[in-house]
Design a protein around this ligand. Structure first.
Ligand code: GDP
Length: 318
């Protein structure tokens, strides 16, 4: 049997590197799309890197037609919610329109080769925005409150449309997922890198925005595992991928300082109103029952262990 071939977009990010490692370990031939000029930090050497912009639909479609992959993982996105307020057009085009174009490209491959192409759309808890129910499940109405969430909601809905058309397309509603590879643009890594710097006497303050926001923080490699399980499951579907517990940004800060052994840290934490967002979901918590029942998936790393691993990694940074 020929080896499985996978096509991964957004491969230079946190999830892309873990996913590529996982697929290579499974014996999959991995082709990755990364934006021109980017040097993928953690990408395994065996990955075939294609430089390109997902919003160049013609080029991406031609590449996909040429590769005819068995699995397509759409991780590419403008992943910062905060930045989506600065550039809502590009957020719409990358997180929404380009995802739809990729669904169509995968559909065309499945038709041309008369084979199943498994498509994994990386969606986000932000599609729920300010939900009326907690925790959220696959049946929770979509109510995004920022440009990022609205664009992701469109791609999520279109994944369902292509599933109805016959494509093996699953949308993974991923809650926040973290690791030492998380960019410091996100709050968790900003906290752990700054707390580690404070512990080593290299910084004396941590400046944040909304400390009261509550998020369901999971371990990124677990979330990549959920994607692979969904791609290989007999039926495609939508899946909430979460831990079922939320913690405030303030709790994350306290846990990080505690793990780094820094006492009397409260006076070092400041809030800057410019870091507050125009609207920000107050509490996102996911119900992962479907992923557990259907995919046999569950989170493997606790909140405090995630904080500990990230602080420890930042403490050994040169
Ligand atoms: P998001 O949930 O995908 O937007 O992930 P982030 O890590 O960027 O933000 C998580 C939460 O932390 C949001 O509610 C932010 O408003 C809040 N937050 C508070 N201070 C900061 C900060 O300095 N940077 C970031 N990125 N988020 C912050």
């Amino acid at each position: 049997m020929p080896a499985t071939r996978a096509f991964v977009t957004g491969a230079s990010g946190q999830d892309g590197s873990y996913l590529a490692e996982r697929l290579i370990a499974d014996g999959v031939e991995v082709h990755a799309l990364t934006l021109s000029g980017e040097v993928p930090a953690f990408l395994p050497a065996d990955v075939v890197v294609h430089r390109g912009d997902l919003t160049d639909v013609a080029a991406t479609r031609a590449l996909l037609a040429d590769l005819a992959p068995d699995e397509v993982y759409n991780l590419a996105a403008l992943s910062s919610v905060a930045a989506s307020w600065e550039d809502p057009d590009r957020s719409a085009s990358v997180n929404g329109g380009a995802a739809v174009a990729l669904l169509e490209s995968a559909w065309q491959v499945s038709q041309a080769h008369d084979k199943q192409v498994a498509f994994i759309q990386c969606s986000s808890a932000e599609i729920f925005g300010e939900p009326a129910q907690s925790p959220q499940s696959e049946d929770t109405p979509l109510r995004p409150v920022n440009p990022y969430g609205a664009a992701k909601a469109y791609a999520h809905l279109m994944t369902g449309v292509y599933r109805s058309r016959g494509l093996h397309a699953s949308s993974m509603v991923l809650y926040n997922h973290e690791s030492p590879r998380r960019s410091p643009r996100f709050v968790t890594r900003k906290i752990t890198s700054t707390v580690a710097a404070i512990a080593r006497g290299r910084a004396d303050s941590l400046v944040l925005g909304n400390l009261d926001a509550r998020r369901d923080f999971g371990w990124a490699p677990d979330y990549v595992d959920a994607m692979v399980r969904a791609a290989r499951h007999a039926q495609a579907d939508d899946y909430v991928v979460a831990t079922g517990k939320s913690h405030s940004v303030r709790e994350f800060v306290a846990a990080a300082f505690q793990h780094a052994g820094v006492r009397d840290w409260e006076p070092m934490v400041h809030t800057d109103p410019s870091l507050l967002r125009p609207t920000d979901p107050t509490d996102l918590t996911g119900d992962f029952s479907r992923a557990r029942t259907v995919l046999g998936w569950k989170p493997s790393v606790s909140f405090h262990e995630i904080v500990a691993r990230m602080v420890d990694a930042d403490l050994v940074e040169p």
